[in-house]
Design a protein around this ligand. Sequence first.
Ligand code: COA
Length: 260
Amino acid sequence: MNYKNILSETQNGITTITINRPEKLNALNRATIKELHLAFKAADEHKKVKVVIITGSGEKAFVAGADISEFADFSVAQGEQLAAEGQAKLFDFVAHLSTPVIAAVNGFALGGGLELAMAAHFRIASDNAKMGLPEVSLGVIPGYGGTQRLPQLVGKGRAMEMIMTAGMIDASTALQYGLVNYVTPQPELLELANKLADKISRNSSVAIAAAIAAINAGYEDGENGFDEEITQFGKCFGTADFQEGTQAFLEKRKANFPGK
Ligand code: COA
């Protein structure tokens, strides 16, 4: 598919989606959100794709936020719809994808940018990255899941401070907070993302999808993560991947998972 605002490339079972509006610091306008939805959906439906990496183009920004120019004159109803649509199409969609998503944060990740990185299953960052939710400095609050996912990742007190001050934290603070798993020099960021993706793709994609569902359930209202774990655990016993994984172990060979 031809996209205008993003690039999507698949190699060795790893799809790299790059938000490509560097002149606007990769700000998320509506068209970009739509394209990202399509690219994530296509990757998830592609049997051979085992991991998705999301990053930003250029050396300055992952994503500098939602595109402020698009919502500056919105009404209450339009504001609510903007958040609901964005969450459904992109942020919740990514968080619930069966295919693992790694955010490679290569610079500013602000507002919707940090919210996108937080919707990914985990994050790594370059040493020049800066992260924050500056929405209250614009008279609004994070609307793409930031008020929920930031406290889940860094704890309530730190999230309150970051959101109230609208400040940015640097990569080493993000590492210390557990917001990102690793920090690398910028030229090595995608190399590390690919290395992690490669390691993930050697395991059972069916079991990984089950693990994502079980982990997510613990963070959702009205769901019991332990119950979901029991259901997903049981389901694994009916998969060809489980047959192959256990058989390979008993035969002292490397598993070759069929992915079903
Ligand atoms: N929405 C729309 N456009 C944005 C944007 C956003 N969130 N973030 C950056 N841009 C645009 C700028 O308007 C500018 O466009 P122009 O050259 O046509 O004027 C271009 O990207 C470059 O940004 P600029 O501000 O000149 O870069 P900088 O290095 O001086 O500052 C930031 C970088 C990230 C500190 C600054 O761009 C910023 O504060 N952006 C907004 C962050 C924000 O509040 N995000 C949350 C939105 S809810």
